[in-house]
Design a binder for this molecule. Structure first.
Ligand SMILES: [Zn+2]
Length: 335
């Protein structure tokens, strides 16, 4: 397993340029694995661990056998201060060995470019910079691909989430969006997505889809032992809250009458039954779903037409299909 993860399969870690372009730009004095890097840097958040005197492990899962201190000494030269060309010159080990190590670093998501700083880090306030850099490290851990990591950071940063609704769900939802790294909007006008955080029957929305025309939105409804998150309603592309209402009416003809009464009964409650941990769990699920949407807006089959139900006592989160309803009309234009 030279430079490969034993468990997580092949990774694509080369910089984004296509192989053709890489060949065109190839500098014969630069190791092929370093092409596209201005100042390659081994990330110290993926430590080099010795498994035995000749085998290292990069982070949790990438094992590189047949190495000595010369190999590791050369890795330490990838400090982000030297160019790729300088790192490729005067190798203390054979070039094939250096390349084998670099493939291990790439597979572990342990190589980045000191000349390239994610915008989210570059523009962060000084006091937030370490936090944002840490977020980037975590994203790179999960993508194992520098370009994908930059794209994820930009997508989250580009979100403009406005959170509407009632306390205490409102404050918890704001916290969750911030923890998710999603950009915030101060008003509906500035937003590209709204989160409607309600304390009320999980299946009865106080705010209707037409209250937020043309704006993607996601509702969180929490009451008693159950919370429902979503679906994310993207007008013209996904099912909507009315679709769910119509499906429910098909299953129970009394539902429209019950829903009106539920709305009245819960809005008047001075202290509705709310478990703060359930509220928090629901808001975290909402943040996760919004991350999916903003990172891959075209992957409707992944994040669309689905709601997440969270239930006490164990806070299990279950994905529930939310198909469109043929009589709703929300997707007629798209069809
Ligand atoms: Zn609909």
């Amino acid at each position: 397993m030279d430079g490969q993860s034993p468990s997580t399969g092949p990774f694509v870690n080369r910089p984004s340029m296509s192989d053709d372009k890489a060949l065109l730009d190839a500098d014969p004095d630069v190791l092929p694995e370093l092409i596209g890097f201005a100042r390659p840097r081994w990330r110290d958040d993926v430590p080099i661990l010795w498994r035995d005197p000749t085998t290292i492990q990069l982070g949790d899962d990438v094992i590189v056998p047949r190495v000595g201190h010369d190999h590791v000494g050369w890795l330490a030269r990838l400090d982000g201060l030297s160019t790729a060309r300088a790192a490729s010159a005067d190798l203390p080990i054979p070039a094939a060995e250096a390349r084998r190590l670099l493939r291990g670093l790439l597979a572990a998501g342990a190589l980045d470019d000191a000349a390239r700083i994610p915008d989210a880090v570059r523009w962060a306030r000084a006091e937030d910079r370490d936090l944002v850099a840490g977020r980037f490290g975590a994203v790179l851990r999960s993508t194992r691909d520098l370009d994908a990591a930059y794209a994820v950071m930009s997508a989250r940063e580009a979100a403009r989430v406005v959170v509407l609704g009632r306390e205490p769900v409102l404050a918890e939802a704001r916290e969750a969006m911030s923890a998710a790294g999603l950009g915030a909007a101060a008003s509906v006008r500035e937003a590209n997505v709204a989160v409607v955080a309600e304390r009320g029957h999980p299946d009865v929305a106080a705010l209707a889809d037409h209250d937020l025309p043309d704006l993607p939105h996601l509702r969180i409804g929490v009451l008693g032992d159950r919370a429902v998150v979503g679906p994310i309603v993207v007008p013209g592309r996904t099912s909507c809250q009315r679709c769910a209402h119509l499906h429910r009416r098909d299953a129970d003809p009394a539902w429209p009458l019950l829903a009106v009464q539920w709305a009245q009964a819960t809005s008047a409650l001075a202290s509705p039954p709310l478990d703060p941990l359930l509220v928090r769990a629901a808001c975290l699920q909402a943040a996760l779903l919004l991350r999916e949407w903003c990172e891959a807006p075209d992957a409707v089959t992944q994040w669309g037409n689905v709601a997440i139900e969270v239930a006490l006592p164990r806070l299990q989160a279950t994905r529930v299909g939310r198909p469109s309803h043929p009589l709703c009309g929300c997707l007629w234009a798209a069809a």
